[in-house]
Design a protein around this ligand. Structure first.
Ligand code: 1PR
Length: 579
């Protein structure tokens, strides 16, 4: 397992390492544990307005920082185990893989300090992996021992019963006991993104404060005294998530408000707003939108179509109820994203007050700049994550990787897709597919998966295949969307963003044939994209296909169909959505 690109701050630690065996001893003798003299606790220096954050640098915790600051607190980073022991309140947003995280915690003495802090019932909030690490062990690339504070093993979701893994999206909680920080949640959805989960049992029932149903009832949150941990992401769960963080940070406000009751049961279908971004002819970064990928106005000047400013529009869509916001740097395939500072800045600004997941795509590939300096796709992705992205999306480079994989039958491990999903987890990697429909008289005419189309082609053709493209639709490749989707799932993609060049900007509805083909072929979530023209198109795609989410651009940018009316329509149609 390749080590995550840990924050430089952790490299300077001078504290004694805890070997796994000493930790085992510690766990077995937990009641007798006293901090060693290496852990001499200073009188608290942290003020009441400070939250101590344990960030070991394995992914995007920028949103957690932003959410804490948004709620009026300063963030102090843990540099040494002492910082943990001296914290007034500690937030641990675990990211990346279980084994890599335990490795860092063990090597620099943080594991021991964390156990001690939690044993003393000091205010603690673990998020996602920050919950899983509290358990005895995980099956993720393991078994790997955890901190051992809560009985139980963290295991992988079972996809054999038709549930897509990773579990990505907004799901409902079943509150099991007084959980304090969940007091405002009631029956609102919260945002999950994970492939592993812990299960409730007799041994851990005193800890479990809520569960969530996704195939099985898994542990969504735990609480004992001042120690809380959640499997979902409050920092990405919009207003309800902010209220969870607020209740942790302001415990005195905890007995005031009662949640509104509304019946939510399961994973909601997501409505995503997409911003195709590029520089206009004056050099400013703008949101554009094409018709079948042609983003230039058909005027004498032939200028890039401009529909708004990226940060402003993203904020607006967050307020309007978008479940996610995607940025596609549509000229990233020819420019170098790390040279594209405005795009990085867009992410930084957006993540300051947009508390739903952000995806960014465009130009994620290995690159050599004009001075001969080589950058790996992992470096490009890492920079996107650092700037506030929760997921990255790979287009062209995933096509090349899939072609190579299908040609050789070997996973090289070197493609962007494989490298990024190995380090950040497949839930952080979306593959964006840009296919074009090619009609056929005879399905035998090509060596790719064909379908019988619902509406015959211009010359009465009854069959079609979907040819993948690269470089923003400029070049067709010898691979079908079906073959690509299956290959990238095997190579480590966690989600598919399924565009369709023929439908893009046409407002005639999603390509149901294509979306059904792909969402039936893979067991990772599929986002339907291209062609939305009305709220009814969203219910149609959710009724007729297994898409987990639907994305639109033009109708939102032009304010023709507000996000809220899409949600209301879906609700009226009996389709579960987040309100
Ligand atoms: O190849 O890794 O650099 O990624 C480039 C990314 O940019 C890909 O995700 C590719 O889809 C996207 N892209 C490239 N050129 C264009 C273009 O429009 N000229 N945009 C482009 C693709 C498709 C959707 C669009 C939906 C919904 N845009 O993002 O937003 O079709 O639109 P609608 O609701 O208005 O119909 P790489």
């Amino acid at each position: 397992m390749e080590a995550p690109p840990f924050a430089s701050s952790t490299k300077t630690l001078s504290f004694r390492s805890s070997s796994p065996s000493s930790l085992l001893f510690l766990r077995k003798n937990r009641l007798n544990f006293r901090p060693s003299r290496n852990f001499c606790v200073r009188a608290s220096s942290a003020g009441d307005s400070v939250v101590t954050l344990l960030d070991y640098g394995a992914g995007n915790v920028r949103s957690v920082r932003n959410a804490i600051r948004h709620l009026g607190f300063d963030v102090k980073d843990v540099q040494t185990p002492e910082d943990i022991l001296n914290a007034n309140r500690l937030v641990f947003p675990g990211v990346g893989a279980f084994a890599a995280a335990m490795d860092v915690l063990n090597k620099n003495g943080m594991a021991e300090a964390l156990c001690s802090y939690i044993e003393k019932d000091r205010p603690f909030l673990g998020i996602c992996l920050g919950l899983q690490l509290l358990f005895e062990s995980s099956e993720e690339k393991g078994p790997v021992k955890g901190l051992g504070l809560i009985p139980g093993v963290v295991g992988r979701f079972d996809s054999s019963n038709g549930f897509r893994v990773p579990h990505i999206g907004w799901n409902a909680l079943q509150i099991r006991k007084d959980s304090l920080i969940l007091d405002d949640v009631g029956s609102n959805h919260v945002y999950f993104v994970h492939s592993y989960r812990a299960m409730p049992s007799d041994e851990n029932k005193e800890w479990v404060s809520s569960t969530c149903n996704y195939g099985d009832n898994f542990i969504a949150s735990v609480r004992r005294g001042n120690v809380h941990a959640v499997q979902f992401h409050p920092e990405k769960s919009g207003d309800v998530g902010l209220s969870i963080l607020r209740r942790f940070l302001y415990p005195k406000a905890q007995l005031t408000k009662k949640p509104t009751e509304r019946k939510v049961l399961k994973l909601a279908k997501r409505v995503i707003a997409c911003l195709d971004v590029r520089t206009n002819d004056k050099g400013d970064l703008v949101v554009t939108k094409g018709d079948q990928y042609d983003v230039r106005e058909h005027t004498k000047e032939n200028e890039v179509r401009e529909l708004g400013k990226p940060v402003e529009l993203a904020r607006q869509y967050y307020k309007d109820g978008a479940d996610e916001v995607s940025f596609l740097n549509i000229t990233g395939f020819r420019d170098f994203p790390l040279g594209d500072l405005p795009m990085l800045q867009v992410l930084r600004y957006t993540s300051e007050n947009v508390f739903v997941p952000l995806t960014v795509g465009g130009g994620i590939r290995d690159f050599t700049d004009a001075n001969g300096r080589k950058y790996s796709s992992l470096e490009v992705a890492s920079e996107y994550f650092r700037c506030g992205a929760d997921k990255i999306s790979i287009g062209s480079d995933a096509v090349y990787a899939a072609e190579e994989y299908l040609r050789t039958g070997v996973k090289s491990g070197n493609s962007s897709l494989e490298q990024i999903s190995r380090v950040y987890g497949n839930q952080a990697v979306v593959v964006s597919i840009d296919p074009r429909r090619v009609y056929l008289k005879n399905p035998e005419d090509v060596g790719f998966k064909t379908i019988r189309v619902t509406n015959p082609g211009p010359n009465g053709e009854e069959f079609a295949w979907y040819q993948c493209t690269v470089s923003g639709g400029r070049e067709g490749r010898p691979i079908g969307a079906y073959e690509l989707a299956k290959a990238v799932e095997e190579l480590g993609a966690g989600e598919i963003l399924l565009n369709c060049i023929d439908c893009d900007g046409q407002k005639k509805g999603f390509d149901i044939d294509l979306i059904k083909l792909i969402s039936d072929a893979v067991s990772i979530p599929v986002i339907a994209s291209s062609g939305a023209g009305s709220a009814e198109h969203f219910s149609e795609v959710f009724r007729k296909t297994n898409a987990s989410a639907a994305l639109a651009a033009g109708i939102f940018h032009r304010k023709e169909v507000p996000i809220q009316s899409v949600k209301e329509h879906l609700l009226n149609e009996g389709i579960e959505v987040r309100i």
